[in-house]
Design a protein around this ligand. Structure first.
Ligand code: MN
Length: 233
């Protein structure tokens, strides 16, 4: 038995603008790395080791482009910002070495891993999955992608202002797992595919947001992002 056409249409993930190109970057999957900056892990009471990076995912339809407003999400009273470098995968990669991993990287963007921290803490305590804390509508914000030919991750500053106050600050060189190490490690578990995004973890300074807050995120050398928190959904 097979079906000929869809019963209804469903929303698609947005096309992410690419610096210097008319085409947009279509989204396949969203992977996120947990605890990749020691100072951020410490502020949440976690110890950091280099045993292995760990991952969680967000639905592609949870992605929203920067520049507008996103609703304060339901079910939380502790809605947090996490500013992150995002890797955009542009070529297939499966079981690649760190040396070969960069061939699969199309480019980079600034992103926000929005988090319902109270729900995450409750799930952690019960050793349950984090989905309800991490994978929800408008939970991933992204700015325009800069091609890898114009940006090489090194020690660039990553920062987030909320209402013009500096909340998060670090350097990409603070990442426990580097970009090639993350791509290589993740490719042991997935056939990485063009259209995959990888959020690479957040520096210290995460904190709660309120409706009306204005966020301005940056990674030196990439397109900065802005987003406003709207009224509760
Ligand atoms: Mn994160």
């Amino acid at each position: 038995m097979s079906a000929s056409r869809p019963l209804f249409t469903i929303p698609a993930a947005p096309l992410v603008p690419i610096l210097g190109l008319d085409e947009g970057f279509p989204i396949h999957r969203i992977f996120c790395v947990g605890r990749n900056y020691a100072a951020h892990a410490a502020e949440l009471g976690n110890t950091v080791d280099r045993v292995a990076p760990f991952y969680f995912t967000k639905p592609p339809t949870g992605l929203v482009l920067d520049g507008g407003a996103i609703a304060y999400p339901p079910g939380t009273e502790d809605y947090h910002h996490e500013i992150e470098l995002v890797i955009a995968i542009g070529a297939p990669a499966f079981k690649v070495s760190a040396d070969d991993a960069m061939k699969a990287v199309f480019g980079y963007a600034v992103g926000l891993d929005m988090t319902r921290r109270d729900l995450q803490n409750a799930m952690k305590e019960k050793q349950r999955p984090w989905d309800i804390a991490k994978a929800f509508e408008d939970s991933a914000v992204i700015g325009a992608i800069t091609p890898a030919s114009a940006f090489e991750p090194a020690a660039q500053r990553i920062s987030l202002l909320v209402n013009d106050d500096l909340r998060q600050e670090g350097h990409l060189s603070d990442m426990i797992w580097s970009v090639p190490e993350i791509v290589s490690h993740l490719s042991r578990y997935y056939h990485l595919t063009p259209g995959d995004l990888i959020f690479t973890g957040t520096p210290a300074g995460v904190g709660a947001l309120r409706p009306g807050d204005r966020l301005a995120g940056a990674v030196e050398g990439l397109q900065p992002i802005t987003v406003t928190i709207g009224p509760a959904a």
